[in-house]
Each structure stands twice: as C-alpha cells, then as structure tokens.
Ligand binder design. Structure first.
Ligand code: IFM
Length: 486
C-alpha cells in the first residue's frame, strides 16, 4: 500500500488553526454502494436491487451486485483506512443481509459480516459509526406497502433491536437514518430512487413514517445500548437560498425549506410539524389522521448528535407565469417533482461558481451557513458533518497515480468552512469525507466517482488519490495547511 506522498504533504505554517480537541476524522460509505455480494450468505433483494435491475432506472444498467466488493475486501479496506490515519469509519448495515424478509429472526451469517468488520476496525483503532438505514428497504417490506405504511415502523424497531443486540457492545455511535428526505421524496415522489414510485401523498406519508421509525429506533437503542453510546440521525439539510429578494422567491425558499428540512427537524428536534408545511400539503394528506397520538413524543426523543450532509446549496425561485418549475433540481431529472405541495418552485444553478462532475456548484459558504443556521435554530445541539465531498472525472495516470486537485480544493474549502463555523460557535464534533472509495452512485451507477480512494472496478484495485494523501496529512496535523494547497 502507498505511504503518504511527500509531494502532496502540506507545508505547515506554525500558526495553523487546530481543529477542536477530540474532533473526529472519518470517511463514509453505505452498504449497497460498496458491499456487493448481493446474493451471498442469505441476503435477499432490497428495493435497490430491484430498482437497479429494472431496465432504464440506472445509468448504463449498473447494479450493486458487486460494487466495490467491500464484503470480501473489508480487511484490506480497513488496513487502508488505518494507513491513511482515519479515526472513524461510517458504514451502513444492509437490512436484507441481517433480516432477509425484513421481519423475523436475524441471519447469523449476515450479522457476522458486521461483527467482523467492527472487530477489524476496533483492532485498527478506528471507531465504527453504524447507520441502520441508508435507503435499502428489504423488497418484501416494499411489497407490503413500504414506508408509506405505518407497519414498516414496527419492522424497523425490531431490526434496530437486532442490531443493538448484535453490535451494541462494540459500536459507540449509532445513526438511525441517512437522508430520510431522499428515501421519502426521491423514492416515492420523483421516483428517481428506489422504489421508483411517483405518488406525492405517499412521499409525505413515507416522511412521517421515517420520522416515527427514527423515534422508535432511538427508544430501542437507548434501552439496549450501554450508557455513553451516542445516538444520531443524519439529514441532508438543504441550504435554501432565494434567487432574488422578491417576496415570491422568499416564499419559494420557505416552501422548499419546509418540505426539505423542517419536515424532519420540526418533529425530531421540536416535537411538532411546521404549520406552513401542513398548510402547503393539506390537499395531499390528512395530517390529523396520519400523525397519531404519541407520534410526536416518540419522534422527538433526544439524539446526542445531529449528522448533517452537505454538498451544494439549493437556489430557488417562483417561476414567472408560463415558466415551468423544477428545472435544475440537483436531485435528478424526472417528470415528477420531489417537492409535494411545492411542485411549481424553480431550481437554479448559481452563476460563476465552479461545478463538480454532478454539475453541483461548489460553495463552501453553504456549509458554513448550514452549520450556523442549525446552531441558531437549535442552540447547543452537537453536530457532525457526516458527509461532504465531490465527484470529479478521475483517472489513473500512466504512472499509476490519480491526481485530483479539484477534490483537494473542495475539501480544503469545506473544512475551512467547518473551522469558521466552530470559531463562530457551532459545536461540530467531526467530519466524514464522502466517500472513502469510489462506489455505486445510485441512479448514476459507476459513472460518478466520489471516492478519495480510486477503485478500478475491473480488478477491484484500490489506489489512494492525491486527496487521500492530503486528507491523511490534515488528520495527522489536526489542522489545515496554511496559504494554499501544498
Ligand atoms: O452517494 C450519496 C450518498 O449515498 C448519500 N449522500 C449523497 C451522496 C452523493 O450523492
């Protein structure tokens, strides 16, 4: 394996600002994006297996059948993480690997994979951070109605209990859901994600049940985990900005903030759904029936830390008469909107900003503003950046290197934003780079590379990109390089 490259190691000025003591440095992946071994050891299809095997749903017909083969290569991957100096690894559990039908007893062979992974991490001195759900509902549960059905929250609570029982003695940080917005609104609204349904009312019902499942899982985790274990949820909070100072654009921003952010932070952190969200969506769901007695108390059980994922801001306007909505929504093209009740909002790409390979504008101030907004709205809430990173068109040079200066610049800018937010009072406890390695980027298949480690899918060879060496050095110094990138 490759040692840290001296030509990329930042030249450190003595006055570099240190990150806070105890600040956690990590990298993240998700089960379906990296594991592969889709039909091994009792695993059954999740909604993403079904979706990716449906012609026309994923770029190039790619599937997660093999992905980065992490299931078989996890030992080498952990060794690489150790070599890079990572202090934490955020992974998700494939529900259909441990409870193939989504109900009933666990499959020991499935659990064993996660036991071995966690043991290997602990042995390497890397803290495991487990996410219970990163979008891959067992297909049988979707066949029974999926997240729009309340009964799915019962299934999730049982599954959380299984995982806490199996790994609670070894995993100190647990996350219930990753980006429930995507599960609800891309999965059941625009349909660009599994299960590919385009039903605005079902998307809203799914959002409530994801909230409820989160609260019920927090209760289970709290009951079963040792004192000192941390519970959390990860939200992809949209950093929403109006295109102009007009009242109409301010209203577009308010609407997107309601169904993009406050639909989760409201019940989870305040114990209530925002009034404006209920009004904007009243024609789609009867919230008084959907939200039953006790639900809000369950959903608002406290978490120890809030995970936030950030990539790019969300620039919105109210279209002029005759103009269509949606447009440049970064969440993928669909004739159906992922914004129920706010279908007519138009989305824009900021002018004059550099873009990633996803065509997402690069804007570190968005991360600063996001951390400060959450701190203002929920003072004292500990935060963790659980995903941040960028896709670029990486390739291996004839010398066998992968140079990714754009990614280094992206990471530098966003870590600087984290430091600025910390200096201004945000309690940010750590940062997880998305992603440890190139992987299955959902509807984009393998066409987008988010990894700091390059994966040659033909051979499954891993090559740390220049950014991996850079990040490794930042971790070692616990500070950013001063005055440039190297
Ligand atoms: O790859 C995804 C990840 O699964 C969830 N957050 C965004 C990433 C980049 O699109």
């Amino acid at each position: 394996m490759t040692a840290v490259r001296p030509d990329i190691a930042p030249k450190q000025a003595p006055e570099a600002t240190q990150f806070p003591t105890g600040f956690v440095w990590g990298a993240a992946t998700a089960a379906y994006q990296v594991e592969g071994a889709a039909a091994e050891d009792g695993r059954t299809p999740s909604i993403w297996d079904t979706f990716s095997h449906t012609p026309g749903k994923v770029h190039n017909g790619d599937t997660g059948d093999i992905a980065a083969d992490h299931y078989h290569r996890f030992r080498d991957d952990v060794a690489l993480m150790k070599q890079l100096g990572l202090k934490a690894y955020r992974f998700s559990v494939s529900w259909s690997r441990v409870q193939p039908t989504g109900r009933g007893p666990a499959v020991e062979r499935g659990l064993d994979f996660y036991r071995k992974l966690v043991d290997e991490l602990l042995e390497a001195g890397i803290a495991p951070v487990a996410t219970l759900y990163h979008w891959d509902l067992p297909q049988e549960l979707e066949d029974a109605g999926g997240w729009p059905q309340r009964v799915t929250t019962d299934r999730f609570a049982d599954y959380a209990a299984i995982m806490a029982g199996a790994l609670g003695d070894r995993v100190a940080t647990w996350t219930t859901f990753n980006e429930p917005w995507c599960s609800a609104f891309l999965g059941y609204g625009s349909g660009v994600h599994a299960p590919g349904r385009t039903e605005p009312a079902s998307a809203l019902r799914a959002a409530h049940h994801l909230n409820l499942a989160h609260g019920r899982a927090i209760e289970v985790l709290r009951d079963q985990l040792p004192a000192g274990a941390q519970t959390s949820v990860t939200l992809n909070l949209h950093q929403v900005r109006p295109l102009t100072a007009s009242a109409a654009d301010a209203d577009a921003a308010r609407r997107v903030d309601a169904v993009g952010n406050r639909i989760f932070t409201g019940p989870m952190l305040r114990g209530e759904y925002p009034e404006d969200l209920l009004a904007d969506t009243a024609h789609l769901v009867d919230w008084s029936k959907l939200v039953q007695d006790g639900d809000l108390a369950a959903i608002s059980r406290p978490v120890d830390v809030l995970g936030v994922n950030y990539y790019t801001p969300t620039l919105v306007s109210m279209p002029e008469k005759g103009e269509s909505g949606s447009g440049n929504d970064v969440h993928g093209a669909s004739a159906f909107s992922p914004w129920p009740g706010s279908e007519h909002v138009a989305f824009h790409l900021a002018e004059g900003k550099e873009r990633t390979a996803m065509n997402w504008s690069i804007d570190p101030d968005g991360l600063y503003n996001l951390l400060m907004d959450v701190t203002r709205d929920h003072p004292g809430l500990p935060l963790m950046v659980t995903e941040n990173g960028a896709a670029f068109d990486d390739y291996v040079s004839p010398e066998g290197r992968v140079e990714d200066p754009e990614r280094i610049a992206y990471l530098h800018g966003h870590l600087d934003a984290v430091q600025r937010a910390v200096a201004d009072g945000a309690d940010v406890r750590g940062y997880f780079l998305w992603s440890l390695m190139d992987n299955f980027e959902w509807a984009y298949g393998y066409s987008k590379r988010f990894g700091t480690v390059y994966v040659d899918y033909a051979s499954q060879r891993r090559i740390p990109k220049a950014s991996a060496h850079w990040y490794s050095d930042v971790i070692r110094r616990h500070a950013l390089p001063q005055g440039g990138l190297s």
